[in-house]
Write a protein that binds this ligand. Structure first.
Ligand code: ATP
Length: 197
């Protein structure tokens, strides 16, 4: 079974592409969603978060105060590093466990915005990057999140450049005005061929 990473910058269309693969029957692990789940449901992760950020970060029902955590890490890079050093290894281990159940099938996908920013890309056999023109990505996120343009542009500036992501990918899906399903279909065939060798 091959492990495939699916990445792309903000608003590139990672989620939409991940959903398309899922509809074709490919198991897709969405790192962002699983990270949020682990912060609540994994006792070890909870303990580490409490020891770094204090008991007040969870309420009495063990709900994480995400707003408070976001404020802390947004204003303090050491706290951001700390939360990442707790959550990233937990997601990595959880993905390994999760993928074990699919050992008999051709491939699984992990969707993650930060594959190249962390050492995570090394866990994957092949990487797919989704890309779209910057102006289109900005407009899609403005429409999706009702967010301010400046805020989105700022987040993009903090991410890896599109050209770097494309250079480091094994497969690229172009999602500006192109049709994505034929591209996904072709990549699926190529990965299945690689998996069968
Ligand atoms: P983020 O990193 O911000 O979560 P993402 O890469 O997962 O973004 P999506 O959420 O898949 O991106 O796409 C961003 C928005 O653009 C969504 O509202 C999605 O429905 C829309 N979108 C993506 N691709 C297309 C497309 N080809 N045509 C029209 N809308 C699209």
């Amino acid at each position: 079974m091959l492990k495939i990473g699916l990445t792309g910058g903000i608003g590139s269309g990672k989620s939409i592409v991940g959903k398309a693969f899922e509809m074709m029957g490919v198991p897709v692990y969405v790192a962002d969603i699983e990270a949020k789940r682990l912060m609540v449901s994994n006792e070890e992760v909870r303990k580490l978060i409490i020891s770094r950020f204090g008991h007040g970060i969870y309420d009495s029902n063990l709900n994480l105060n995400r707003k408070l955590l976001a404020e802390i890490v947004f204003n303090d890079s050491e706290s951001l590093k700390a939360i990442n050093s707790i959550v990233h290894p937990a997601v990595r281990a959880d993905f390994k466990r999760w993928s074990n159940q699919y050992s008999q099938i051709a491939y699984v996908i992990q969707e993650s915005a930060i594959l190249f920013d962390t050492g995570l890309y090394r866990d994957f056999d092949k990487i797919i990057t989704v890309t779209a023109e910057e102006e289109i990505r900005i407009q899609r996120v403005v429409d999706r999140d009702s967010a301010g343009r400046e805020q989105i542009v700022e987040r993009m500036r903090n991410q890896l450049s599109e050209s770097e992501r494309i250079a480091r990918a094994d497969f690229v899906i172009y999602n500006s005005t192109e049709l994505i399903l034929p591209q996904i279909d072709l990549i699926d065939k190529q990965i299945r061929f690689l998996a069968s060798r």
